[in-house]
Design a protein around this ligand. Structure first.
Ligand SMILES: Nc1nc2c(ncn2[C@@H]2O[C@H](COP(=O)(O)OP(=O)(O)OP(=O)(O)O)[C@@H](O)[C@H]2O)c(=O)[nH]1
Ligand SMILES: [Mg+2]
Length: 523
């Protein structure tokens, strides 16, 4: 196990972050200021460009030989000029510790035929997910959450004038009781014009799903890799908001990018791409190492909050390293955890980022580098929250995303998938509806129910896909063969050979390749 533990230490290595803490002190919402504030800062920008060039030169000189502590260069992420541009587009705050009172509006199209939603996702389910998103942010409270029926979601003002008046009255009433600080309209993205209009009507910063998720990701991204990916995920949104702004002819009113700001975004994007390429290479290196070490890999994937981290915690001895949390997107890093199958074979479980529907694809494209690992595993465990009202829709969403991820990493080949219906303690008597046709395990990671049959299934699948077999070998008792097998194979059992006291019967799990090595060495 020591070798595996050392390898896992390497996989979980985190570079030291050189964060400028000053940025944490920034004000609540960075109000959008157009070009104001950085128009006259050409020299600042030039200095940044110079620094960028110096960094690039260093990168080239150092190439892959950069020491692990310098692998990801994070300094450029802390950039005040960028923060102003980002704040204008996303209304996100650096200081999440500030308490917020949020009004959540869940718009939905009245006529189900137009709704464009899976059959079993109802507006109230969407509202519950929106509420869970806000509750994932510490100190953010839901002042009120309500569904708002609409004819369609494309209107420039989003809501009709009657609805706007109704909402204004509601907001005025709420303000009697508390100080509202933010309006969350739970729609993938709002156009810049929609946001601007609503902000002027309600006098509140307006966020959409994309920007709320970015806010959560920023909070949960602690590793260098996750921070780079989140920073990358912000850019398509900022570009699209700027495009909306210029298309809707409201340049005068605020959010339009100057050439200087465009350069800031482009420079940042270029540097992020370079750093993420390093991430990809680093991951490839780890993958190669894993291959050499020959440990079977099991990826645990699923919708956010389904219980992936909890399951790995239940299947491994890593009680401290893994902290399941009732928050969306609690896990943002792909991390490796050592486990042992009933036959004593050592394996690695990979914890992954959760999926979520109704998010623009750009948001998750940035996590593809890490999710690639999941697709290159020997088997995948798909954890599903059986107690969730939309669990069918969540499963379909994850499955279709997995298919496109498999396509991305080069081919239709997908590792075998084991379906796990988690949280069965919450719905002990539920029948499985449409799932009857899908083979699955009903478990509770929290209450440790159903884990033994699951482990046996994982073992059978791993042995089959990795070409390992359980065999019995007769070896000299206390000889080098015995030590070799303990080192290179999984030993299930040893017994004295009743026919020959000098020999031992060893039951082992071994791959064909390792068996050939054994034969070369000893036979
Ligand atoms: N009742 C019950 N709750 C569970 C079970 N498994 C996990 N949970 C809870 O579900 C919540 C989410 O668990 P996690 O393991 O963090 O879920 P995750 O899929 O890793 O979530 P993300 O990393 O955010 O995508 C936590 O509050 C867990 O305690 C279970 O079997 N039963
Ligand atoms: Mg998790």
């Amino acid at each position: 196990m020591a070798g595996l533990r050392n390898f896992i230490k390497l996989a979980k290595w985190r570079p030291t972050l050189s964060l400028a803490l000053a940025s944490q002190q920034r004000s609540k919402y960075t109000q959008h200021q157009g070009v104001k504030g950085i128009r006259n800062r050409k020299s600042y920008f030039e200095a940044q460009m110079q620094q960028g060039k110096r960094d690039d030169d260093n990168d080239e000189q150092n190439g892959d030989s950069r020491s692990s502590g310098e692998l990801f260069d994070m300094r450029f992420l802390d950039d005040r000029a960028y923060d102003e541009v980002a704040g204008g587009a996303m209304r996100i705050t650096r200081n999440v510790a500030t308490s917020q009172q949020v009004l959540i509006l869940q718009p939905y199209v009245k006529w189900s035929a137009k709704r464009n939603l899976p059959q079993d996702v109802k507006p109230e389910d969407q509202l519950a997910e929106a509420t869970a998103l806000i509750r994932s942010l510490p100190n953010w409270q839901v002042a009120k959450a309500l569904k708002v029926p609409l004819e369609n979601l494309k209107r420039r003002t989003l809501f009709g004038s009657g609805k706007i008046d109704e909402l204004k009255t509601l907001i005025a009433d709420l303000r009697q009781e508390m100080s509202l600080t933010c309006l969350f309209v739970s729609k993938g993205t709002l156009s810049f014009a929609q946001k601007r209009y609503l902000e002027e009507e309600f006098h509140l910063p307006v966020m959409d799903r994309y920007s709320v998720v970015i806010q959560i990701l920023r909070l949960h991204a602690t590793s260098a890799e996750a921070r780079l990916q989140v920073a990358m995920a912000e850019l398509p949104y900022i570009w699209s908001q700027a495009k909306d702004a210029s298309a809707s002819q409201i340049r005068r009113q605020g959010y339009a990018l100057s050439d200087l700001q465009k350069e800031i975004l482009k420079t940042r994007e270029r540097k992020l791409r370079a750093e993420l390429e390093q991430v990809r290479r680093h991951r490839q290196l780890l993958r190669q190492k894993r291959k050499q070490q020959n440990y079977p890999i099991i990826s645990v994937v699923g919708y956010t909050n389904a219980g992936k981290t909890s399951l790995i915690k239940a299947l491994t001895a890593e009680s401290d390293a893994l902290q399941p949390r009732n928050q969306l997107f609690a896990t943002l890093d792909v991390t490796a955890h050592a486990g042992q199958l009933p036959c004593n074979l050592q394996v690695i479980y990979m914890d992954t980022v959760g999926f979520m529907s109704d998010l623009p694809t750009g948001l998750f494209e940035c996590f593809v580098a890490t999710l690639e690992d999941a697709m290159l595993a020997d088997i995948i465990i798909h954890v599903q929250d059986i107690s969730h009202p939309c669990h069918n829709a969540q499963r379909n969403h994850v499955e279709s995303t997995l298919r496109s991820l498999a396509f991305n990493v080069g081919g239709e080949h997908q590792p075998p998938i084991i379906n796990v219906f988690n949280k069965c303690d919450l719905v002990p008597n539920a029948d499985d509806h449409a799932e009857e046709s899908t083979a699955h395990h009903r478990i509770s990671a929290r209450s440790q129910i159903g884990l033994d049959p699951l482990l046996l299934d994982i073992e059978a699948q791993i042995l089959s896909v990795t070409g390992r077999r359980k065999i019995q070998m007769r070896v000299p008792s206390g000889g080098p063969e015995m030590a070799w097998l303990y080192k290179n194979a999984a030993v299930i059992d040893t017994q004295a050979d009743l026919e020959n006291p000098q020999r031992l019967l060893m039951q082992v799990v071994i791959s064909q390749r390792t068996l050939e090595q054994f034969k070369r060495e000893f036979c």
